[in-house]
Design a protein around this ligand. Sequence first.
Ligand code: AMP
Ligand code: MN
Ligand code: MN
Length: 335
Amino acid sequence: MFEDLIKVIKEKQKFVITTHINPDGDGLGSEIAFFHLLKNLGKEVSLINQDPPLVTYSFLDKKGNFCVYNRELHHQIFKSADVLLAIDLSSPDRLGAVEEELKNKHIYSVCFDHHPPDKKFADIHVVNENASSIGEMIYDLAKEMGLNVTKDIALGIYVSILTDTGSFKYTNTNSKTHVIAAELLKFGIEPYSIYKNIYENNSYQKILLMGKMLNTLQLDESNKLAWAVVTQKALQETEFDYNSEDKEGFIDILRSLNGIEVVLLFSEKEKDFIKVSLRSKGNIDVNQIAMKFGGGGHPFAAGVTLNNTKLEPTVQKILLETSNSIKAFTDSRKE
Ligand code: AMP
Ligand code: MN
Ligand code: MN
């Protein structure tokens, strides 16, 4: 599956790597792993994303290799690069401002992804829907190319797998995921130290906000759909900085509810700017629901971002669509 990409890696010299807006542990960990992998091959590599990494992931990048896209500073880098490697996204609009550089036809582009394919936007698409994470794909690529995995590479891949599998919990976890993790530990990375950095690093403000979010928890009458909201008011009262820490923990608490099929978290990030996270316990395809609202993701973990929208009507619209999907599934079981 990596044939075309391997040819590109061997032939080209200058690479820019980018990932989706609001990058997560998979995007950031994979970027760092790819960065070192290509550097070790003597390539020139830049990491340029629309958004800065969350403080949660600063331990990945002590040397400050992540750049926040600024057209004036970076356009020349994109123009003179040979390859743009876009990872962990299936649609170019997920690049935010960096999408403009992708449209620059001077640059050869590669999409390296594990989402169900959406649109073809790059010169080559290397996609493995069965991979738990981009990290898993990078590990496979390194093996196929016979490349040495170093501690830096192992750390990036491990963070990618750890975060996208919800610490080896979700349905994308299998024996291969564990075998790769076991292999990575041989390079001297320390699971507890990584765990502490990501999951035992919550600010007081974040825990307070979680409390407020939990106070909004609701269940529908079938007890199969649960949802909660993070309002602007709650953000202001707790003084939580939305852009500093990973927020997967919020929806993780909700999905622990027994008997439910789907959980939704509505976050009013800014006034009239709403982010919706959808998670399924394995029977409902929430990617299909997210796509109806212009979002996307994986069958069991998806997201939607809505601009110029009020919280309450958004909640009602998405709840209705989700209830309908759950009802269709329940009815199909009865037949
Ligand atoms: P999140 O709820 O943000 O953690 O996202 C869960 C999954 O959905 C990830 O695979 C994201 O890449 C994807 N996703 C989140 N938001 C969007 C969006 N607005 N459009 C497309 N995919 C998204
Ligand atoms: Mn991601
Ligand atoms: Mn991912």
